[in-house]
Structures are given as C-alpha cells and as structure tokens.
Design a protein around this ligand. Structure first.
Ligand code: GLA
Length: 392
C-alpha cells in the first residue's frame, strides 16, 4: 500500500519536473513519556514511528520553489526571492520556514521542487509538520552537499517553526523524527542535547495509538500560554535562586518554598513539569530493569498530571485513558504531544490488542457518538534517503 503512494509521489514528480530527485522518508513520532518538559530544558523519551511522509525533492534552474502535496491535492509555488513571506496557508509555511532558516545560517539553495505525501495523520499529535520540515531539510542538504548533522537539522527545523510559523515549540518532535532508531526510544536531555538510545522492543507489548479525532492548532493558543507560565514561575524562583535557568533546575522543595509568591495556577503548572521530568528519569530506570508494568504506571501518572495540573487534556482524551484503564492488558495510557486533542499512546500486551481495540471502538462510540481511529505502530529509523534517481 505504501509502495503505491511512493510510486505515485515519484510519478507525479517525473511528470511535472523530470527525473533528477532524491526520495526522502521522514517519520512521525510518538513520545513515550515526558510531556511539556522539552522547553523547560528537561528530559523526553520519544521515538520515530513507521508512519511517515515521503518527499521527492530535486533542484531546479528556474529560481522558484514549487511544491505539491499529493494527498491534499494542493500545490504552491513561489519565487525564491530574498524575502520569503508566509503563504497564508498551513503546510507550505513549514517548508518556507526551513528555507528561511537555512538562509539565516548562511546556506542558500537554488530553486527546488518537492512532491510529497504520507500516512502520518495530520493534527493528530504525531508531528506530521516536524516530519515535513526535517524531510525537506534532509533532502536539500543532500542535494546541495551540505554537511549538517541530524541534531543540527532538528535545531534548524525547530527555529523554522518558532520564527516563521510562529509556534514556540520545543525540540522534541524535530529531534525524534530526524534521529530515530529502530526498536529504540531516545532519552534526550533537552539542555545539553545529549541523547541515549534506550532499547524498546518487547515482543509482549505493542504501542497502540487512539485518535480522538479532535483537532486543535497549537499556534497562538494555550501552548504558548503554558510556556509563559513556566517562565513566570522561573522568574520568581530566580529571585531566591539566581542560578536557576529553567524549571529543570528547580526541585519540588524549592517550588514549595515559593508557594505564597506564586499564582496558584503557575504553581501547579511548575509542579507538573518538575514531577514529569522526574517521571522520565524513573521510567527510563524501569525500562533498564525490564519493569514494563512500572513504566506503564508512570504513563498513567503523566496523564493525571497533564489533565489536572497542566490542564492540556480534553474530555475525549480523558475518556480514552479511562477506557484503557478498564481493559486488562493495557498497562499504560496517556495523552501525547501538546494536548487539547490528537491521540493517546497506550502500551498494550500483545495478546490483548484485539480486545483492546474492540472495547475502545465500542465505548468511545457509545460515549461520544464518534469513531476513533486506532493505529498499531512500531518504532522505526529517523529521516533518511531511501532512493536516488539513477542520473543524479
Ligand atoms: C508539541 C511540541 C513539542 C513538545 C510537546 C509537548 O508536540 O512541538 O516541542 O513541547 O508539544 O511535550
């Protein structure tokens, strides 16, 4: 089925632009645990998955950027002028943002063509936009012979999103899509950008994603509000502890000392982040000790905090987690990504996956009148070139 889509993408490229292109596979990502910790300089535990965007990219001599989205059946074209402006549409901006950032880093590309499509559900919290940014960057680096490490690419893609698209996201999504490793979760220290590959293949457990179908854009929304609440907390704690730079540096005791000076909402936001960061470290220990049940418990704990303290969940996400709790063999479940919609990530015993799916479908429909899409997923490698046309 994927082969058909890839053939369609390559065919479309050849029809429109000729045959000089590379084909890039750029995966979506899951995050096992560690939500809203990345922009607080904390730890996250994401992984690239077997759902991806495929991009055929080639340079052209016409000084234009010509883009085609196969599955949205849309195109966008713009002159590669010195002053790239927002397209006024959603997806082209992720690509234009990357070009804009590359320039700011002193890397100028000539015009290029890109045809892409994929099976990462859009707006479902699986980072289709990070995949698109990373994929374009990877392809352009290959075509222009730029030597940029995947980590540097993640930083550039994150900045594209911060500065051009206008979402103050952290680095997790771009990092995971670009650096993924088959059968491994990536424990990333978002301060030092050092990461460890943590083996995550247990034949007895599957990662299952349940999609609420609820879609909320992150831009200009509550996401940026949460960030500023964390910064607010830090600025007050810094008055006593000037060495504190981010919530990563704050313990629960230090936070407690400032309870009276902090707005109660800011207090609970900070409390969540500090606890969540510790949960990532503890959950990684659980994995090393092969204690997958303890890992699953921490996923439930993470959701509880996201629901009640960070308040980025929604009733559909909470419902999916409640349903999971009722199913024997679903050992962990939580909302994933920025929040307010998208998917839950569930750790389900392999022999319980089919009953889990049946129960979730049925109960979700009963309670909401809507259907949920359920995706079984495996952990895959990060962004890479999968084909080069012969004459390149
Ligand atoms: C979004 C952002 C990430 C991260 C998560 C929450 O996915 O893009 O940087 O902050 O939300 O953990």
């Amino acid at each position: 089925m994927m082969r058909n889509l890839i053939d369609e993408i390559c065919g479309e490229f050849r029809n429109r632009f000729g045959s000089d292109f590379v084909l890039v596979e750029a995966p979506g990502r899951v995050n096992l645990i560690g939500e809203h910790t990345d922009y607080n300089d904390g730890f996250v535990l994401p992984a690239a998955i077997d759902k991806a965007i495929w991009l055929a990219i080639g340079l052209n001599k016409v000084g234009r950027i010509r883009l085609v989205s196969v599955d949205m059946d849309e195109e966008y074209e713009v002159e590669l002028s010195s002053d790239l402006k927002k397209s006024g549409r959603s997806w082209p901006d992720y690509i234009l943002g990357v070009v804009d950032q590359l320039r700011k880093h002193g890397m100028n590309t000539v015009g290029f063509d890109c045809v892409f499509g994929g099976n990462v559900p859009i707006g479902a919290g699986l980072s289709s936009s990070a995949a698109l940014e990373g994929g374009v960057l990877y392809g352009l680096a290959e075509l222009n012979n730029w030597k940029i490490s995947p980590m540097k690419m993640a930083q550039i893609a994150q900045k594209a999103e911060n500065e051009f698209v206008g979402v103050q996201c952290g680095i997790m999504d771009q990092f995971a899509s670009l650096n993924g490793k088959e059968a491994h979760a990536l424990k990333l220290d978002c301060r030092t950008l050092e990461f460890e590959k943590v083996p995550f293949r247990d034949p007895d457990f599957n990662i299952v994603l349940c999609d609420t179908g609820v879609r909320r854009e992150l831009a200009g929304s509550e996401y940026n509000v949460r960030r500023s609440q964390c910064e607010k907390g830090v600025s007050i704690i810094q008055e006593t502890y000037p060495e504190v730079k981010k919530l990563r540096d704050v313990s629960l005791e230090m936070l407690e000392e400032h309870r009276d000076k902090l707005d109660p909402v800011v207090f609970k936001r900070c409390e969540f982040v500090i606890e969540e960061n510790q949960r990532v470290l503890d959950a990684c220990d659980d994995l090393l000790k092969d204690n997958i049940n303890a890992f699953g418990e921490k996923m439930y704990g993470s959701h509880h905090g996201l629901q009640h303290k960070y308040e980025v969940s929604c009733k559909e996400l909470d419902l999916l987690v409640e349903i999971a709790k009722e199913v024997d063999g679903a050992i962990g479940s939580r909302m994933m990504g920025g929040g307010f919609g998208g998917c839950t990530i569930n750790l389900v015993r392999t022999d319980a996956v089919e009953p889990f799916k049946d129960i979730v479908h049925k109960r979700y429909r009963e309670e909401t009148g809507k259907d949920t899409e359920i995706y079984e997923t495996t952990i895959s490698d990060g962004t890479r070139i999968i084909e080069r046309e012969d004459n390149l």
